[in-house]
Ligand binder design. Structure first.
Ligand SMILES: [Zn+2]
Length: 353
């Protein structure tokens, strides 16, 4: 198992990258991460799962890296101006989780001039009925990179850990800390630890364990520590035990939903092969690409539900008229292990324009 090349993603990066110019469970009623086998029929997990069915802005300067925080209480507070771009790291277990849970928001961030890095903690080498090992891992990495291009300016890193075997080890925690530090993250997204898939739970645990520790100089000491804790936020799910998801921030992703669809379309080994096989619907998959894109829209039903079920939250962030018009949405819950932002900082950090 090759060690992740921590830091290489940022090597040689210009202070401001170019902007793009252009713009689950498996069954139709399921929207939890579709990477893998859905929960057993009749299980609590399945029950929980079934509950849910702009023009680019001018580039904004990224703040200098490793800057100390403004004079304010340790671990709290915001940046100086609303014009600064931010850095985001999205962690998922498999090389499609991030796209599914935060692809629309990532596209909005990218359009705003922010820097978004998707990280998959496994290489996805268990997610297929006919392929495995290195061949599948390489295919899934290529699919992830293609998906990131569809979102526009998003980068994707796939760590070389085996799919289905992820554990929240101390070694992995050290890698996560280094990635967050190298990226100088302002915002970190992660799954909640209540989930049917053990890799998802392990991802949640290990990223939670990295929160705060990113500010401790003598932990993972070769990567310069952050002077303040990033904002950590959970991606949405429909699990209710021990506590349901709380939509602290809800984003209208309607303007970028076609890009998210095309990003999912790039995960051919998953959305047209493994997941339909796993769900017993492989015979339904069209062969023609145009027909596949139509068929694939069922994967956006979860985003439609987020918009439908979160009208009040959308109205808080956008006002009633836009909330009423939103067709697709993604929601996030602030994790109390990271910095606790006030509303004004949330409005600056998240692409709510
Ligand atoms: Zn997954």
């Amino acid at each position: 198992m090759a060690a992740p090349r921590v830091g290489t993603a940022l090597a040689g990066r210009s202070p401001r990258r170019a902007l793009p110019t252009a713009g689950a469970c498996v069954r139709r009623s399921m929207v939890i991460c579709p990477c893998h086998r859905p929960p057993p029929p009749g299980s609590p997990q399945e029950s929980a799962c079934r509950r849910g069915p702009r023009a680019p802005l001018a580039p904004r300067p990224l703040p200098a890296r490793n800057q100390p925080p403004p004079a304010e209480p340790s671990g709290q507070g915001g940046r100086a101006t609303v014009a600064e771009a931010i850095r985001v790291v999205v962690f998922g277990a498999h090389p499609d989780d991030d796209d599914i849970k935060a692809g629309g928001t990532a596209a909005l961030w990218s359009d705003r001039g922010d820097d978004v890095l998707f990280v998959s903690l496994t290489n996805g080498d268990a997610g297929h009925q006919g392929l495995a090992g290195g061949e599948l891992a390489r295919r899934r990495r290529a699919e992830a990179e293609a998906a990131a291009r569809e979102l526009g300016g998003v980068r994707y890193r796939v760590l070389d850990n085996h799919d289905g075997a992820l554990t929240p080890s101390l070694d992995l925690r050290t890698q996560i800390i280094a990635i967050i530090r190298e990226h100088q993250a302002d915002v970190v997204l992660l799954p909640r630890p209540w989930d049917y898939h053990p890799d998802h739970r392990a991802t949640a645990q290990v990223v939670q364990d990295a929160a705060y520790m990113v500010t401790v100089p003598n932990v993972a000491a070769f990567a310069p520590h952050l002077r303040r804790n990033p904002v950590f936020a959970y991606v949405a799910d429909h699990f209710t035990r021990p506590c349901p998801f709380r939509p602290d921030v809800v984003l209208d992703t309607t303007p970028v939903i076609e890009r998210k669809l095309r990003a999912l379309h790039r995960h051919t080994s998953q959305v047209y092969e493994w997941l339909p096989y796993n769900a017993g619907t492989l015979a339904e998959v069209p062969a023609d690409e145009a027909a596949r894109l139509v068929w694939l829209r069922r994967w956006l039903e979860g985003d439609q539900r987020q918009a439908h079920e979160r009208r009040d939250a959308l109205a808080r962030w956008y006002g009633a008229p836009r909330a009423a018009a939103a067709q697709y949405a993604e929601a996030f819950e602030i994790c109390e292990l990271g910095r606790r932002p006030e509303e004004a900082e949330l409005r600056r950090l998240f692409p709510l324009g």
